[in-house]
Design a protein around this ligand. Structure first.
Ligand code: SF4
Length: 359
């Protein structure tokens, strides 16, 4: 059993079953997640019981030994344009996924992968061309955050180069790397619990974004957890036939039903408006007529919209729209009262931008 797949409630229960006060889970979490005592969280500035080392040397409740293993970060590629870093993340069974660390003015955002490959096969996404290999565990997702924190702490020269203080650590997390997060709910739930836990990584919910291509079953589940994290909906096409062509998930979960779900959840106070992501592909979904249709479609949700020019990758015939078209499309949405920004993805020169991750 991997310590880093355990929520604090799991850990408290395991301790109780061994007749150790559950309260020690708090100190174990602080030592591991706040102080980076990754391989021996029973030792550290937050005192724990002497029995704990023995506890972790005994079999876990699952009957297997306790482990403290995290995925390994390979040496990163650094963008010469914006200092974004792309890491290969090597999993214990040899599979590799990718994580991207993006410095901004006052924050450091980590984009994590939740699956090796992806089942959704969106045609504008390089990951979608890989097919699906397997889900990542909670430990493999949270491990990307821990490794990124340790990497940043060990590389103050990179933080300085990127214009950040040398003490800067990851402040924001986006699940926008490889995989559809809502297709891996169990691991996602554990990861969010640890991430938001006041004794764990202690991120504020508004600093965490879970992106989805519109996995309605997963959305229902995510909203029912009541975490307060931001949900980003990858919309990308208004017309159902076009959406189905570029996003096969439309066949299983039509956008109309996804938007109706958000309407109900917002009205019931169980969800905030989603952040709508719209990748603009020249000649495919970037006409000004479509901009009007998009504003009519999402207006009732009062969302923010991010327009992302398509990021090219080998083997794709798609192209990004001109800047003129991008800004004309944005103006139409803004004039309809929808806050809309254009997002030029970081790390394009190292193929770390939206839709470019692939191993
Ligand atoms: S865009 Fe997201 S959901 Fe679609 S194939 Fe790529 S990783 Fe999967």
């Amino acid at each position: 059993m991997n310590f880093y797949s355990c929520t604090r409630a799991d850990l408290a229960l395991a301790l109780q079953q061994a007749n150790i006060p559950a309260i020690h889970s708090e100190a174990l979490y602080k030592n591991a997640y706040r102080h980076g005592n990754i391989t021996a969280p029973w030792s550290g500035p937050h005192s724990t019981s002497k029995d704990l080392e023995t506890f972790f040397l005994s079999p876990s409740p699952a009957g297997s030994p306790w482990t403290f293993s995290l995925p390994e970060f390979e040496a990163p590629l650094e963008s010469t344009e914006d200092h974004a870093l792309k890491f290969g993340v090597r999993l214990a069974d040899g599979y590799v996924v990718e994580a991207v660390l993006m410095p901004e003015k006052t924050r450091l955002t980590l984009c994590v992968s939740t699956q090796a490959g992806c089942r959704q096969a969106c045609s504008f996404c390089h990951t979608g061309r890989m097919g699906f290999t397997r889900n990542l565990s909670t430990a493999e997702i949270i491990g990307q955050v821990l490794q990124a924190q340790q990497w940043a702490a060990a590389h103050p020269e990179w933080l300085e180069r990127a214009g950040l203080p040398v003490t800067q650590r990851v402040t924001n997390l986006v699940c926008m790397g490889m995989g559809e997060p809502l297709d891996n709910l169990e691991a996602l739930r554990g990861m969010l619990e640890i991430l938001l836990d006041p004794f764990g990584l202690q991120l504020a919910p508004r600093k965490v974004t879970v992106s989805t291509a519109g996995h309605l079953d997963g959305l229902r589940e995510l909203v029912s957890w009541n975490t307060g994290v931001q949900i980003a909906l990858s919309l990308h096409a208004v017309d159902p036939a076009l959406r189905r062509k570029i996003m096969p998930i439309e066949g299983r979960f039509p956008l109309e039903q996804v938007l109706a779900f958000f309407q109900e959840a917002i009205a019931a106070g169980t969800s905030k408006p989603p952040l709508v992501q719209y990748t603009m592909i020249a000649g495919v979904n970037d006409s000004l007529d479509i901009a009007h249709q998009l504003s009519a479609l999402v207006h009732g949700l009062k969302p923010k919209v991010n327009l992302i020019p398509f990021n090219p990758f080998p083997g794709s015939a798609f192209k990004a729209p001109s800047r003129e078209r991008l800004f004309a499309f944005q103006d139409i949405l803004k004039q309809a009262g929808i806050p809309t920004s254009t997002r030029f993805s970081k790390g394009k020169d190292i193929r770390a931008a939206c839709g470019q991750l692939h191993v």
